[in-house]
Design a protein around this ligand. Structure first.
Ligand code: SF4
Length: 553
């Protein structure tokens, strides 16, 4: 199906240029073998009938030597998925450098007051600080001591242990240590085999995190709490307070959040999450595994939603109301939308004359590069190019391509849990007839259309963009804003282009929901219209430039 779009001869224009030519220029500097590989990861978008898009290669190893934006498997497991939980002591078993690397630089906010005991371990960075001695003689003893010390000092309800590269290489058995300490301390202690080298990127760490949280935590507390419309929000990490704004909207609508994975959440909420009646997926890549396993074992359906952008927020709320199918909820949701939208529209009308027609590029995460395009659309801005750091083909092309994705050695490296319906607790939330009716009304379950079908024809979709490619497309298009992470921030700014971090939001946010959209409009207006960028001179513009050629030239 995807082949037709790929082979199409139709030519497109991108910002007045030929995107195919830009692609050729990007590849021209690479050795033939590298160029051949990158050609499959740099795609000129073309959306055909039924949202058919070209095939993009993704979730493959970065060519050594290319400077990538990616993080390691450990960073995805500890830093992304488990890190934002406020009351788990997370211990990095490894050298201190790994721990520093994932030390909550993402600004996941949390509200300890919402946990009765007020625990908050988030700003702490626990590590076994492995030294040469442990690398030679083994580090299990030190890990045991670290777990004991964390328990003595903080008395947490749970301790999670994360393996780094050296741990896998010397063969420390973190799972046995965790089991022994669980027995000794009487609290939940569980480990993750998330050594940095274990996957092609942080994506492998997300999968491992999902597996372990599902195995060791989800389902431990069967208490069904109050609330008529009970949901989990998955893949929302509360960067800059996003989850707080979404919670505010849910509360107004009368929707109860059982658990957020994992922004502003707690171990108890994870343990109880299987009692919700619907799972909502924000970041598809990092957490779709938990949603699928929860559906198979407990019968909780999942839908893809997006709370980035005011229109997207309204659409997602209506989707939730449609799922529960009660007029009372539908009316309340409509009332909330009607109450919230005027302020958003007023803010948009104010900034739009200054942002209309400006151009953006986004290279972040596993859904953010998609979601934030909605906010830029609301500002009348065009996204010229976008891509993910760690996505798989389904994040680009939609889940319909899942059966065609080949499992390679890197994916086989990660445990696939065999999940079956729970004999006592499996409870389908909707009958087959109800589900059919909802599907007939346009509701999609367990589906995600991916980023490419919603992008313009001719836009450049680039997987695992390299620093060289980043700089080349910046020089070629001179976009009005570039969105990426901290590692890219300063090279972008040296080109005189404003750079917005979409992993940590710099010091801004929230950007989710209605109030978040207003914050984003103001922030982008300020950034794309600031004259300061025009005065910037990169060091190579003021000092003599060193020139060289590549060995193969
Ligand atoms: S790649 Fe390995 S050594 Fe480097 S930060 Fe990740 S776990 Fe630590």
């Amino acid at each position: 199906m995807a082949k037709a779009a790929e082979n199409s001869e139709e030519k497109f224009e991108l910002d007045g240029m030929d995107p195919e030519k830009i692609k050729e220029e990007l590849l021209a500097k690479y050795p033939t073998k590298v160029a051949r590989k990158r050609a499959k990861q740099i795609i000129v978008n073309k959306v055909g009938a039924d949202e058919e898009v070209p095939v993009i290669q993704s979730n493959v190893r970065t060519v050594p030597g290319l400077i990538s934006q990616r993080g390691c498997c450990y960073a995805g497991c500890k830093g992304v998925v488990l890190g934002p939980t406020r009351d788990i002591v997370n211990i990095t078993h490894g050298p201190i450098g790994c721990g520093f690397y994932s030390w909550l630089t993402r600004r996941n906010q949390t509200d300890p007051d919402t946990t009765p005991d007020g625990h908050n371990f988030m700003p702490y960075c626990f590590s076994t600080d492995m030294q040469d001695q442990q690398i030679i003689f083994g580090g299990e003893k030190k890990l045991k001591q670290a777990i004991q010390e964390a328990y003595d000092n903080f008395h947490p309800k749970a301790i999670a242990v994360f393996s780094t590269c050296p741990v896998g290489l010397i063969g420390d058995d973190v799972h046995t240590v965790c089991r022994q300490m669980k027995e000794a301390l009487g609290i939940n202690v569980f480990g993750f085999s998330c050594e940095g080298y274990k996957g092609v990127s942080q994506s492998a760490g997300h999968h491992i995190a999902n597996n372990q949280i599902f195995k060791h935590v989800v389902g431990l507390d069967n208490t069904v709490g109050d609330g008529e419309y009970r949901i989990n929000l998955l893949g929302e990490y509360n960067i800059g307070g996003d989850a707080f704004e979404i919670d505010r909207i849910f509360e107004k609508c009368g929707i109860t959040v059982v658990s957020t994975f994992s922004g502003n959440s707690s171990i108890d909420k994870f343990a109880n999450s299987h009692t919700a009646d619907l799972n909502l997926i924000m970041c598809h890549r990092s957490i779709n595994y938990v949603a699928e396993m929860m559906e198979t074992k407990y019968g909780v359906p999942w839908i893809k939603i997006n709370f980035i952008g005011a229109e997207a927020t309204a659409k997602s709320l209506r989707k939730i109301a449609r799922y529960f199918g009660e007029q009372k909820l539908t009316d309340r949701v409509e009332a909330v939308i009607a109450e919230e939208l005027p302020a958003v529209q007023a803010a948009s009308a104010e900034v739009r004359p200054r942002t209309e027609g400006k151009r953006a590029m986004l290279f972040v995460g596993g859904s953010r590069a998609h979601h934030y395009q909605e906010l830029f659309n609301e500002l009348g801005m065009e996204t010229l190019s976008a891509g993910y750091e760690f996505a798989h083909r389904d994040d680009y092309e939609g889940r319909k391509v899942l059966p065609t994705i080949k499992v390679d050695a890197d994916s086989r490296n990660i445990e696939e849990l065999e999940i079956h319906p729970d004999p006592e607790r499996y409870n389908p939330r909707k009958s087959e007839e109800d589900l059919e009716e909802l599907r007939a009304s346009g509701m999609e379950f367990s589906g995600y259309e991916g980023m490419m079908p919603t992008m313009k024809n001719g836009s450049l979709v680039i997987d695992d963009i390299s620093q060289y490619e980043t700089e080349t497309i910046i020089e070629t298009f001179k976009p009005d804003i570039f969105c990426a992470g901290i590692k890219e921030k300063y090279i972008v700014q040296k080109h005189g282009i404003p750079m917005k971090q979409l992993h940590s939001y710099d010091y801004g946010g929230p950007y989710a929901g209605f109030k978040g959209a207003i914050n984003f409009y103001k922030e982008i207006d300020r950034m794309v219209n600031s004259k300061v960028w025009g005065y910037l001179k990169a060091p190579w513009q003021v000092n003599p430039e060193l020139a060289a050629t590549y060995a193969w030239e």
